[in-house]
Design a binder for this molecule. Structure first.
Ligand SMILES: NC(=O)c1ccc[n+]([C@@H]2O[C@H](COP(=O)([O-])OP(=O)(O)OC[C@H]3O[C@@H](n4cnc5c(N)ncnc54)[C@H](OP(=O)(O)O)[C@@H]3O)[C@@H](O)[C@H]2O)c1
Length: 282
């Protein structure tokens, strides 16, 4: 295995894309650090690393990246990362009318502000080294607003796309490259959480969106049944860090490729009624 230029960090490392990426990085010889939100989740990560035979190269850090002051306070104890993967994320599921301002801000704090804060903390060491990689895990949902009841998720990922384009231009002079990963649907805990959130919102008797919340649960279940495992996304993330000339954007998955190709061509006059019907919105 080639010598690695420095350690890497993955946020949201206890499940889904984050866990798969940590195991792949470590398996390829990287000293790999992963943030998790509790000691129990740290154990999930370290147990998985031991089971994969890479326990000595994986370090779990209990840190909620949406607590931005805590990230800044924790940074002096971190090593000088060569690569940072901003992966932690979720969807504050609900109709715009029914998601509170606090819920919306929390979603933006995790999906949009945290990647900026983590990147800001990591950049001084990258500038000093004269090289580095920042990988943003966005989504096809950052290119096409097609999922009713996921407005804040879309808003956060559209924002992350813009933030990444600007950051890429700002840090290129220091030898730091920024890549955005845009997966379609893959089987992770995000679907389980979406289903549970939709169930909770459907249980509110007077919600005018109950039918759509019910449909959302059925759809999330159907998607989870056919969605591929996260391995391909993890391979893409690792290759964005390892490549000497990483791409600005990586679409991952057949659905993401198809949607990215068709979305700019299809007028909203056609797609809106179709998507409303699929979502059971009147
Ligand atoms: N799966 C897909 O189909 C898909 C498609 C496109 C993009 N993505 C993106 O991929 C990334 C990883 O998601 P995943 O699919 O792997 O889902 P996942 O299995 O649910 O993993 C999400 C990770 O983010 C962390 N996280 C979630 N909410 C958080 C919060 N409020 N504060 C701090 N950390 C939080 C989770 O920690 P906890 O376990 O503590 O909650 C977990 O470690 C996300 O940015 C997501 O938007 C996923």
């Amino acid at each position: 295995m080639a010598d690695r230029p420095g350690p890497v960090l993955v946020t949201g490392a206890n499940s889904g894309f984050g866990l798969a990426s940590v195991l792949r990085f470590a398996g390829r010889g990287w000293d790999t650090w992963g943030t998790v939100r509790s000691k129990a989740k740290a154990k999930v990560l370290t147990d998985a690393a031991k089971a994969a035979g890479v326990g000595d190269r994986v370090h779990a850090v209990v840190l909620d990246v949406s607590d931005h002051d805590a990230v800044v306070a924790a940074w002096p104890k971190m090593p000088p990362f060569y690569g940072v993967v901003n992966n932690a994320g979720y969807s504050a599921l609900g109709a715009v009318e029914e998601v509170s301002a606090a819920e919306a801000k929390r979603n933006l704090d995790v999906n949009l502000v945290a990647p900026a804060v983590v990147s800001s903390c990591a950049l001084p060491a990258m500038r000093e080294r004269g090289s580095g990689r920042i990988v943003m895990v966005s989504s096809i949902a950052g290119l096409a607003a097609v999922l009713p009841l996921n407005a804040w998720y879309h808003a956060s990922k559209f924002g992350l796309e813009a933030l990444s384009d600007v950051l890429r231009m700002e840090v290129a002079q220091f030898g730091v490259k920024v890549s955005v990963i845009e997966p379609g649907f893959f089987k992770t805990e995000i679907e389980t959480k979406a289903k549970a959130d939709a169930q909770e919102r459907e249980a509110v008797d007077d919600s005018p969106y109950r039918k759509a919340y019910h449909r959302m649960q059925v759809t999330a279940g159907a998607v989870a049944a056919v969605a591929p495992p996260p391995g391909l996304v993890a391979r893409t993330i690792v290759s964005a860090v390892e490549s000497s000339r990483p791409l600005k954007r990586y679409l991952v998955g057949a659905d993401a490729l198809a949607l990215a190709a068709t979305n700019p061509l299809l007028p909203r006059a056609i797609t809106d009624p179709l998507l409303r019907r699929l979502a059971n919105l009147g």
